[in-house]
Design a binder for this molecule. Structure first.
Ligand code: ATP
Length: 444
């Protein structure tokens, strides 16, 4: 993990929030390459979810009516048990003490569970994870609103608006990507558990009785999405929530887990939420949330199948999965260790780098022309500094799938070398064909 975090900072993927002030715990900034990777992940999700007939997209407000969070159960239930160490003042989630270390520098390497066994901890208290703020100038209880802890509620309350506005009828879904906020007690493991993060959620509304079938369909589809984007199959697994651990709204729930360097962790939850959400909003708002089927003349409260992925956690999983250190040949016939991010070309922040072999003989002009030809279609990087081998390494480290070199042969036959990142194979391609060649390779 340390190597990945350091690469992420050095090459401009992720920076600590407000770093010059010592950072803000649980918050991170995406740098130039990070924001591209994140966008590419979100675009891939958005395309797979909404470029189809039965799902519509929305973008709901982050601040919602406070009654929403009473209806959803978040005001009363969205809590974690918290314990404090009376000696070093460290704070822990009571259910995670076993994995935590003592917070005191005096006891470096000591397990928190040991301190607990010695009676140093307070009793557990419930702590609500929602961030509170106020609407308007008066900071009293009547003005309290919450930063949404999930994007899902913005979808539920808009169910009938979308159904009628888009002439959709169950089975159909609503997708949304957006920020969510949770005042996590312990933030840890880089982007895994943060206080501000992004979610990619899709809620699929179905007729009761068809929910189990849809649940299985969505489970299969969501796992395949990660695999199709190049995530190592063996590092993905299902975790089913045991019946006594199910959330209050869930009939069944599975997590897609990724094997991070620190262990297995959830990256997406697929939940059969029954008719809980729409029934609750009907109860609290006094407005019917039922669907009336004009054809069959049936009225019912749809069941909801939820696919809830963390964009930031997926980002971290894609980054970790892409990271490789491996032996690579050098120009003088020896070998060296290269660091390479083997992103799926669709996700790679930069798609191609263009190099003139030397800065003379007309090579830079040809390289600049090629760069200009590619730039409107993809993110490209122009590099004329240092030996080509070094330039390859710099691009490997940020996961650029193709490097194109303009060399002396280009001057005679208008071809360039296209070097593929993972195989390191080089092919000669006519300059006029490069754009097409890259577009096809990136899509596949
Ligand atoms: P966990 O048990 O890890 O706290 P959760 O079960 O509360 O997660 P959900 O409420 O199902 O998570 O949220 C859906 C997705 O949102 C998760 O699979 C994860 O990818 C993402 N997510 C949730 N909490 C965080 C967080 N604090 N930081 C980053 N991503 C998060």
């Amino acid at each position: 993990m340390d190597k990945i975090v350091s690469l992420a900072k050095r090459r401009g993927f992720v920076f600590q929030s407000s770093e010059i002030y010592g950072g803000l715990n649980g918050c991170w900034d995406y740098g130039p390459l990070g924001v591209e990777l994140l966008r590419n992940i979100k675009d891939a999700w958005w395309q797979s979810m909404t470029y189809r007939e039965d799902i519509e997209g929305i973008d709901a407000a982050i601040l919602m009516h406070p009654r929403v969070w009473e209806a959803s159960g978040h005001v009363s239930n969205f809590t974690d048990p918290m314990v404090d160490c009376k000696e070093c003042k460290a704070r822990f989630r009571a259910d995670q003490v076993d994995e935590a270390m003592c917070g005191s520098p005096a006891y470096k390497g000591r397990k928190a569970a040991k301190c607990q066994a010695e009676g140093k901890f307070t009793e557990a208290r419930q702590f609500n994870l929602m961030f509170k703020t106020f609407v308007g100038p008066v900071e009293d209880e009547g003005a309290v609103v919450y930063l949404r802890p999930e994007t899902a509620q913005g979808i539920f309350v808009n169910f009938l608006n979308v159904a009628s506005g888009s002439r959709q009828k169950p089975p159909f879904g609503i997708a949304q990507i957006g920020k969510a906020f949770r005042n996590e007690i312990n933030t840890k493991n880089f982007l895994f558990r943060t206080r501000e993060f992004e979610q990619m959620e899709m809620q699929f509304f179905v007729k009761p009785g068809t929910d189990v079938e849809w649940f299985e369909k969505w489970r299969a589809e969501r796992m395949q999405w990660f695999i199709d984007l190049g995530m190592t199959k063996e590092k993905l697994q299902w975790h089913q929530h045991e019946p006594d651990k199910l959330a209050h709204y869930a009939k069944d729930a599975y997590d897609i887990e990724y094997q991070f360097p620190f262990g297995w962790g959830e990256i997406e939850g697929i939940h059969n939420r029954s008719d809980f959400d729409l029934s609750q909003h009907e109860k609290y708002s006094g407005k019917s949330m039922q669907y009336f089927d004009q054809e069959s003349k049936e009225k019912y409260t749809p069941y909801i199948i939820e696919t809830s992925a963390g964009a930031s956690r997926s980002f971290m999983a894609f980054l970790v999965d892409a990271y490789n250190e491996e032996e690579a040949p050098t120009a003088d016939g020896k070998s060296e260790i290269r660091t390479v991010l083997k992103f799926h070309p669709r996700l790679a922040p930069t798609k191609a780098a263009v190099f003139p072999l030397v800065n003379r003989d007309g090579m830079p002009e040809i390289a600049r022309n090629l760069e200009a030809d590619l730039r409107p279609h993809m993110r490209v990087f122009y590099d004329d500094g240092g030996a080509v081998g070094r330039r390859y390494r710099r691009q490997d480290e940020v996961g650029t799938p193709f490097c194109i070199t303009i060399d002396s042969e280009t001057l005679t036959n208008q071809t360039v070398t296209v070097r593929e990142r993972d195989s390191m194979n080089q092919e000669r391609v006519a300059i006029s064909q490069v754009r097409n060649y890259l577009s096809v390779s990136i899509r596949s």
